[in-house]
Design a protein around this ligand. Structure first.
Ligand SMILES: Cc1cc2nc3c(=O)[nH]c(=O)nc-3n(C[C@H](O)[C@H](O)[C@H](O)COP(=O)(O)OP(=O)(O)OC[C@H]3O[C@@H](n4cnc5c(N)ncnc54)[C@H](O)[C@@H]3O)c2cc1C
Length: 432
């Protein structure tokens, strides 16, 4: 079967199996061929690609729920969409959600994903009370921040390279509404954007859409989107109507001239005084989920999402230099999302650190490798790193420089014999 990540780059011919019982997963682990586990394939690059792949989606039962504390136990193939659909109407929500709800619990843990509230809530692992991990020798261990801590801190953010996450206990949070009070603030340039992030530091959710094509005085202009859970009802799912992008969508449409028009329209759609209102939770957290198969927009060659984080200190100058390099490159990024992260956690390969993170979608093109090579150098010089869940092309030296927990992670893999059993195209490329 021919498979790719969400970016449709790269592709790989894979033998794919799936399991519905823990015993079937254990027998897969006992085979000689190394493999990687795959959830819903929403990682952009090659982290869930290998010649042999084990799918978790059929392993998707809710196991237990406590209506007084919000403690939820489920199998790892359950999606965040299924959790929200089942528990939001009862007044419970996930404390951390990424920009799509079509990811599995296993994928959210393995990527240690973050949301628009990293500054206040940390990564997905902060709501994982424990997880059940299938090891290379077929043993099943329950891991938490206190029990089998080494396995827990390696698995959260470990990109499937420590074992098969079979199940997890999550701490849901209570909410009294399925609506979000949203405020949009307009920023003139990068300095203004960063100033507004500080000014609104107590907002529960914050994220900025940045116009990466703006140059000169307007470089880094953005729309800062802030949100809080609305204090009172309704508690019902208002799913926006989804539109599907056809497979024949011409990728050449998304060139720089169209991006310029799109960015100008988007920026000027908000008045200088900003905008505010109450919006359904789904459109606040998952705006792209209303456009099914939107990854086809970039055409047959696919795209990559380049997401980096650089430390807060020195961040403004670093971001300004990076934005100027992008604007001068002749290439366009339609989706450029800036967030201010809170502190890093203890997990060995978790991506976030206190600083600025920018995620940029780029269509695969001949000029792209040179641009990303330069951005790598700039990110590295700033003491930053790239996000493994988005990566399809990082070089090993970049990983070594950005992830101080890598040596410990490699030692743990060797110690448990994980290095000969769990392997993805990404782990091979990076020599993890
Ligand atoms: C539109 C969109 C928006 C996104 N927004 C964000 C965002 O805001 N923040 C963010 O952090 N990420 C974001 N992502 C990335 C996404 O949240 C992660 O890539 C997530 O890991 C995908 O989960 P999945 O179930 O699709 O896993 P897959 O893509 O299938 O796998 C991802 C990794 O998890 C491992 N894995 C999956 N299941 C298991 C398991 N049961 N046991 C062990 N390992 C496992 C795989 O081996 C692989 O390394 C976004 C992705 C998309 C497409």
């Amino acid at each position: 079967m021919r498979l790719s990540g969400w970016g449709r780059f790269p592709w790989c011919e894979a033998r794919v199996r799936s399991f519905a019982q823990a015993g079937e997963a254990a027998s897969f682990v006992g085979r000689e061929q190394p493999f990687i586990v795959r959830g819903l394939g929403r990682s952009y690059g090659d982290s869930a690609l290998a010649q042999d792949i084990l799918l978790t989606r059929r392993f998707n039962h809710i196991l237990d729920f406590c209506p007084s504390t919000g403690a939820l136990s489920c199998e790892a193939g359950v999606s965040l969409d299924e959790i929200i659909a089942a528990f939001l109407p009862r007044g419970w929500f996930l404390p951390v959600v990424p920009g799509t709800r079509f990811v599995t619990v296993g994928g959210a843990i393995a990527g240690d994903v973050h949301g628009k509230n990293h500054h206040s809530a940390g990564c997905f692992s902060s709501c994982v009370r424990s997880l059940v991990l299938l090891l290379p020798n077929g043993e099943v261990r329950t891991c938490s921040p206190t029990d089998n801590r080494d396995l827990f801190t390696a698995t959260c953010g470990g990109m499937g390279l420590t074992g098969v996450i079979l199940a997890a206990e999550l701490a849901l949070r209570s909410v009294s509404s399925s609506m979000i009070e949203q405020k949009v603030v307009k920023a003139r340039n990068l300095a203004h954007t960063l100033e507004l992030f500080e000014e609104h530091g107590d907002a529960e959710y914050s994220v900025a859409w940045v116009d990466t094509l703006a140059q000169g005085e307007g470089s880094g202009r953005s729309l800062l989107i802030l949100g809080e859970h609305a204090p009172g009802g309704p508690l019902r799912l208002a799913e926006p109507k989804a539109v599907t992008i056809p497979s024949w969508f011409p990728g050449w449409l998304l060139g720089r001239p169209v991006a310029k028009i799109f960015n100008n329209l988007k920026y000027s759609s908000i008045s200088a005084n900003g905008a505010q209102g109450v919006v359904p939770l789904h459109s606040f957290f998952f705006p792209l989920d209303g456009l099914l198969e939107w990854n086809r927009l970039y055409g047959r060659k696919g795209f990559t999402q380049y997401q980096f984080v650089i430390p807060k200190q020195g961040g403004p100058e670093g971001l300004a230099a990076i934005l100027s390099r992008i604007a001068g490159s002749g290439l366009a990024s339609y989706l450029a999302v800036l967030k201010l992260f809170g502190p890093a956690n203890a997990n060995m390969l978790s991506f976030p650190m206190a600083g600025y993170t920018l995620a940029l979608d780029f269509k695969i093109s001949s000029g792209l490798p040179a641009l990303l090579h330069d951005l790598d150098r700039m990110v590295r010089e700033q003491g930053g790193r790239l996000y493994l869940a988005k990566d399809a092309r990082m070089e090993p030296a970049m990983l070594e420089a950005g992830y101080p927990g890598l040596a410990e992670f490699r030692d743990l893999r060797r110690h448990y014999g994980m290095d000969t059993v769990f392997s993805s195209l990404q782990s091979k490329r990076l020599g993890v």
